[in-house]
Design a protein around this ligand. Structure first.
Ligand code: IPE
Ligand code: IPE
Ligand code: MG
Length: 252
Protein backbone atom coordinates (compact mmCIF):
# COMPACT_ATOMS: atom_id res chain seq x y z
CA UNK A 1 0.00 0.00 0.00
CA UNK A 2 1.32 3.46 -0.78
CA UNK A 3 2.12 5.71 2.16
CA UNK A 4 -0.85 7.93 3.00
CA UNK A 5 -0.61 11.37 1.51
CA UNK A 6 -1.58 14.43 3.57
CA UNK A 7 -4.85 14.52 1.61
CA UNK A 8 -5.75 11.04 2.97
CA UNK A 9 -5.15 12.14 6.53
CA UNK A 10 -8.31 12.28 8.60
CA UNK A 11 -9.00 15.83 9.72
CA UNK A 12 -7.86 17.14 13.09
CA UNK A 13 -10.71 17.35 15.58
CA UNK A 14 -12.52 20.68 15.34
CA UNK A 15 -13.30 20.70 19.06
CA UNK A 16 -11.05 19.19 21.72
CA UNK A 17 -12.16 19.22 25.36
CA UNK A 18 -9.73 18.45 28.18
CA UNK A 19 -10.34 17.34 31.75
CA UNK A 20 -7.16 18.77 33.25
CA UNK A 21 -6.45 16.43 36.15
CA UNK A 22 -3.50 15.52 38.36
CA UNK A 23 -2.20 18.85 39.67
CA UNK A 24 -2.48 17.69 43.28
CA UNK A 25 -0.67 14.41 42.67
CA UNK A 26 2.05 16.19 40.70
CA UNK A 27 2.70 18.43 43.72
CA UNK A 28 2.48 15.57 46.22
CA UNK A 29 5.08 13.56 44.32
CA UNK A 30 7.46 16.47 44.84
CA UNK A 31 6.56 17.20 48.44
CA UNK A 32 5.04 20.53 47.37
CA UNK A 33 1.72 22.12 48.38
CA UNK A 34 -1.22 21.29 46.10
CA UNK A 35 -1.42 24.91 45.03
CA UNK A 36 2.04 24.64 43.48
CA UNK A 37 0.60 21.90 41.25
CA UNK A 38 -2.20 24.25 40.22
CA UNK A 39 0.35 26.98 39.51
CA UNK A 40 2.24 24.64 37.20
CA UNK A 41 -1.08 23.62 35.70
CA UNK A 42 -1.71 27.22 34.66
CA UNK A 43 1.55 27.18 32.69
CA UNK A 44 0.35 24.03 30.95
CA UNK A 45 -2.89 25.81 30.05
CA UNK A 46 -0.90 28.57 28.35
CA UNK A 47 1.20 26.12 26.38
CA UNK A 48 -1.80 23.98 25.45
CA UNK A 49 -3.78 26.93 24.07
CA UNK A 50 -0.83 27.72 21.78
CA UNK A 51 -0.31 24.07 20.82
CA UNK A 52 -3.99 23.57 19.98
CA UNK A 53 -3.95 26.63 17.80
CA UNK A 54 -0.81 25.41 16.00
CA UNK A 55 -2.45 22.03 15.36
CA UNK A 56 -5.45 23.71 13.74
CA UNK A 57 -7.95 22.88 16.51
CA UNK A 58 -10.66 25.53 16.27
CA UNK A 59 -12.30 25.08 19.65
CA UNK A 60 -10.49 24.08 22.84
CA UNK A 61 -12.53 23.56 26.00
CA UNK A 62 -10.71 23.27 29.32
CA UNK A 63 -12.41 21.96 32.45
CA UNK A 64 -10.92 24.35 34.98
CA UNK A 65 -13.33 24.21 37.93
CA UNK A 66 -16.27 21.88 38.42
CA UNK A 67 -19.47 22.62 40.32
CA UNK A 68 -18.27 19.93 42.77
CA UNK A 69 -14.83 21.54 43.28
CA UNK A 70 -16.38 24.00 45.79
CA UNK A 71 -16.29 21.05 48.20
CA UNK A 72 -12.48 21.21 48.40
CA UNK A 73 -10.77 22.85 51.39
CA UNK A 74 -11.45 26.60 51.46
CA UNK A 75 -7.79 27.55 51.06
CA UNK A 76 -7.48 25.44 47.91
CA UNK A 77 -10.67 26.94 46.43
CA UNK A 78 -9.40 30.43 47.29
CA UNK A 79 -6.02 29.66 45.72
CA UNK A 80 -7.67 28.38 42.55
CA UNK A 81 -9.79 31.54 42.29
CA UNK A 82 -6.69 33.72 42.71
CA UNK A 83 -4.93 31.75 40.00
CA UNK A 84 -7.88 32.14 37.68
CA UNK A 85 -7.91 35.88 38.22
CA UNK A 86 -4.15 36.04 37.64
CA UNK A 87 -4.40 33.90 34.50
CA UNK A 88 -7.13 36.07 32.97
CA UNK A 89 -5.25 39.26 33.78
CA UNK A 90 -2.01 37.99 32.31
CA UNK A 91 -3.32 36.12 29.29
CA UNK A 92 -5.86 38.50 27.79
CA UNK A 93 -3.18 40.32 25.78
CA UNK A 94 -1.91 37.01 24.41
CA UNK A 95 -5.41 35.91 23.43
CA UNK A 96 -5.91 39.20 21.62
CA UNK A 97 -2.51 38.90 19.90
CA UNK A 98 -3.33 35.34 18.78
CA UNK A 99 -6.91 36.24 17.85
CA UNK A 100 -8.45 33.68 20.18
CA UNK A 101 -12.01 34.28 21.36
CA UNK A 102 -12.64 33.46 25.01
CA UNK A 103 -15.91 31.83 26.06
CA UNK A 104 -17.11 30.25 29.27
CA UNK A 105 -19.56 27.54 30.20
CA UNK A 106 -20.86 27.11 33.74
CA UNK A 107 -22.35 29.31 36.43
CA UNK A 108 -19.77 32.09 36.30
CA UNK A 109 -22.20 34.39 38.16
CA UNK A 110 -21.25 32.46 41.33
CA UNK A 111 -17.51 33.20 40.98
CA UNK A 112 -15.89 35.81 43.25
CA UNK A 113 -16.22 39.42 42.07
CA UNK A 114 -12.53 39.98 41.14
CA UNK A 115 -12.65 36.90 38.89
CA UNK A 116 -15.91 38.03 37.30
CA UNK A 117 -14.35 41.43 36.68
CA UNK A 118 -11.29 40.00 34.86
CA UNK A 119 -13.48 37.56 33.01
CA UNK A 120 -15.77 40.30 31.71
CA UNK A 121 -12.75 42.27 30.45
CA UNK A 122 -11.23 39.21 28.73
CA UNK A 123 -14.55 38.21 27.13
CA UNK A 124 -15.11 41.71 25.82
CA UNK A 125 -11.56 42.09 24.47
CA UNK A 126 -11.79 38.86 22.44
CA UNK A 127 -15.47 38.63 21.47
CA UNK A 128 -14.97 39.61 17.82
CA UNK A 129 -12.51 36.83 16.97
CA UNK A 130 -13.95 33.90 15.05
CA UNK A 131 -11.21 31.50 14.01
CA UNK A 132 -10.15 30.05 17.37
CA UNK A 133 -12.14 29.73 20.57
CA UNK A 134 -10.96 28.92 24.07
CA UNK A 135 -13.83 27.77 26.25
CA UNK A 136 -13.20 27.72 29.99
CA UNK A 137 -15.56 25.49 31.96
CA UNK A 138 -15.88 27.39 35.25
CA UNK A 139 -18.19 26.27 38.03
CA UNK A 140 -19.42 23.87 35.37
CA UNK A 141 -21.63 20.86 36.02
CA UNK A 142 -23.36 18.98 33.24
CA UNK A 143 -26.34 17.90 35.33
CA UNK A 144 -27.05 21.47 36.46
CA UNK A 145 -26.71 22.60 32.85
CA UNK A 146 -29.34 20.08 31.71
CA UNK A 147 -31.68 20.87 34.61
CA UNK A 148 -31.46 24.60 33.87
CA UNK A 149 -32.04 23.97 30.16
CA UNK A 150 -35.16 21.96 30.98
CA UNK A 151 -36.46 24.81 33.11
CA UNK A 152 -35.77 27.42 30.41
CA UNK A 153 -37.39 25.17 27.81
CA UNK A 154 -40.49 24.75 30.00
CA UNK A 155 -40.71 28.52 30.46
CA UNK A 156 -40.73 29.00 26.69
CA UNK A 157 -43.44 26.36 26.30
CA UNK A 158 -45.54 28.06 28.98
CA UNK A 159 -45.21 31.45 27.30
CA UNK A 160 -46.17 30.02 23.92
CA UNK A 161 -42.74 30.59 22.34
CA UNK A 162 -42.44 26.84 21.80
CA UNK A 163 -45.23 24.38 20.88
CA UNK A 164 -46.67 22.48 23.84
CA UNK A 165 -47.93 19.52 21.83
CA UNK A 166 -44.68 18.33 20.16
CA UNK A 167 -41.73 16.85 22.05
CA UNK A 168 -38.44 18.71 21.55
CA UNK A 169 -35.93 17.45 19.03
CA UNK A 170 -32.41 17.24 20.41
CA UNK A 171 -31.42 20.24 18.26
CA UNK A 172 -34.20 22.40 19.75
CA UNK A 173 -33.37 21.37 23.32
CA UNK A 174 -29.61 21.84 22.82
CA UNK A 175 -30.23 25.54 22.16
CA UNK A 176 -30.92 25.86 25.90
CA UNK A 177 -27.55 24.41 26.98
CA UNK A 178 -24.57 26.60 27.89
CA UNK A 179 -22.94 25.27 24.72
CA UNK A 180 -25.77 26.44 22.41
CA UNK A 181 -23.49 28.02 19.82
CA UNK A 182 -20.55 25.61 20.14
CA UNK A 183 -19.95 22.41 18.18
CA UNK A 184 -19.96 19.13 20.13
CA UNK A 185 -16.50 17.98 21.22
CA UNK A 186 -14.93 15.50 18.81
CA UNK A 187 -12.23 14.46 21.24
CA UNK A 188 -12.24 14.47 25.04
CA UNK A 189 -8.89 14.00 26.77
CA UNK A 190 -8.46 13.28 30.48
CA UNK A 191 -5.02 13.41 32.07
CA UNK A 192 -3.72 11.70 35.23
CA UNK A 193 -4.94 8.18 34.53
CA UNK A 194 -8.48 8.66 35.84
CA UNK A 195 -11.08 7.16 33.51
CA UNK A 196 -14.29 8.97 34.40
CA UNK A 197 -16.15 12.02 33.09
CA UNK A 198 -16.80 13.82 36.40
CA UNK A 199 -19.96 15.64 35.25
CA UNK A 200 -18.31 17.12 32.14
CA UNK A 201 -20.25 17.66 28.87
CA UNK A 202 -22.34 14.52 29.40
CA UNK A 203 -24.75 15.34 26.57
CA UNK A 204 -22.32 17.02 24.19
CA UNK A 205 -19.81 14.16 24.35
CA UNK A 206 -22.43 11.62 23.22
CA UNK A 207 -20.28 10.73 20.20
CA UNK A 208 -16.90 12.10 21.24
CA UNK A 209 -13.80 9.93 21.12
CA UNK A 210 -12.08 9.62 24.50
CA UNK A 211 -8.34 9.54 25.15
CA UNK A 212 -7.11 8.82 28.67
CA UNK A 213 -3.45 9.49 29.38
CA UNK A 214 -1.51 8.76 32.57
CA UNK A 215 0.41 12.04 32.21
CA UNK A 216 -0.35 14.46 35.06
CA UNK A 217 -1.67 17.83 33.84
CA UNK A 218 1.44 19.90 34.79
CA UNK A 219 3.55 17.51 32.67
CA UNK A 220 1.15 17.49 29.68
CA UNK A 221 2.99 18.89 26.69
CA UNK A 222 2.57 19.72 23.04
CA UNK A 223 3.65 16.19 22.09
CA UNK A 224 1.01 14.66 24.35
CA UNK A 225 -1.67 16.76 22.66
CA UNK A 226 -0.34 15.80 19.22
CA UNK A 227 -0.34 12.12 20.26
CA UNK A 228 -3.98 12.32 21.43
CA UNK A 229 -4.94 13.95 18.12
CA UNK A 230 -3.08 11.24 16.19
CA UNK A 231 -4.92 8.59 18.22
CA UNK A 232 -8.22 10.31 17.36
CA UNK A 233 -7.28 10.31 13.67
CA UNK A 234 -6.82 6.52 13.72
CA UNK A 235 -10.32 5.94 15.10
CA UNK A 236 -13.34 5.15 12.99
CA UNK A 237 -16.34 7.19 14.10
CA UNK A 238 -19.39 5.19 13.11
CA UNK A 239 -22.31 7.13 14.65
CA UNK A 240 -24.36 3.93 14.77
CA UNK A 241 -23.51 2.71 11.28
CA UNK A 242 -21.43 -0.31 10.29
CA UNK A 243 -17.81 -0.08 9.30
CA UNK A 244 -18.71 -1.35 5.81
CA UNK A 245 -21.21 1.47 5.32
CA UNK A 246 -18.44 3.94 6.00
CA UNK A 247 -15.75 2.38 3.83
CA UNK A 248 -18.01 1.56 0.84
CA UNK A 249 -20.97 3.95 1.17
CA UNK A 250 -22.36 3.11 -2.28
CA UNK A 251 -22.70 -0.61 -1.54
CA UNK A 252 -23.98 -0.83 2.01
C1 IPE B 1 -7.06 19.20 38.55
O1 IPE B 1 -6.11 18.66 39.41
C2 IPE B 1 -7.38 20.63 38.87
C3 IPE B 1 -8.75 20.84 39.37
C4 IPE B 1 -9.66 19.92 39.55
C5 IPE B 1 -9.11 22.20 39.72
P1 IPE B 1 -6.53 18.05 40.82
O2 IPE B 1 -6.41 19.11 41.85
O3 IPE B 1 -7.84 17.36 40.75
O4 IPE B 1 -5.36 16.99 41.03
P2 IPE B 1 -5.46 15.58 41.73
O5 IPE B 1 -6.57 14.82 41.08
O6 IPE B 1 -5.73 15.84 43.19
O7 IPE B 1 -4.12 14.96 41.51
C1 IPE C 1 -12.55 17.16 37.40
O1 IPE C 1 -11.45 16.81 38.18
C2 IPE C 1 -12.74 18.64 37.40
C3 IPE C 1 -11.70 19.42 36.75
C4 IPE C 1 -10.71 18.95 36.06
C5 IPE C 1 -11.85 20.85 36.85
P1 IPE C 1 -11.62 16.33 39.70
O2 IPE C 1 -10.27 15.97 40.18
O3 IPE C 1 -12.35 17.35 40.48
O4 IPE C 1 -12.56 15.06 39.51
P2 IPE C 1 -12.89 13.85 40.51
O5 IPE C 1 -13.48 14.44 41.74
O6 IPE C 1 -11.59 13.15 40.81
O7 IPE C 1 -13.83 12.98 39.75
MG1 MG D 1 -8.38 15.45 40.39
Amino acid sequence: MPAPTPADQPPVPAHVAIIMDGNGRWAKQRGLPRLEGHRRGVETVRATVAAARDLGIRVLTLYAFSAENWNRPADEVGGLMNLLEFFLKRETATLVRDRVRLRTIGRTDKLPEPVRHQLAAALQATEHFTEHTLVLALNYGSRTEVAEAAQAYATDVASGKLPADTPPTWETFARYLYTADLPDPDLVIRTSGETRVSNFLLMQAAYAEFVFTPVLWPDFGKDDLAAAVADFQRRERRFGRTSEQLTAPGKA
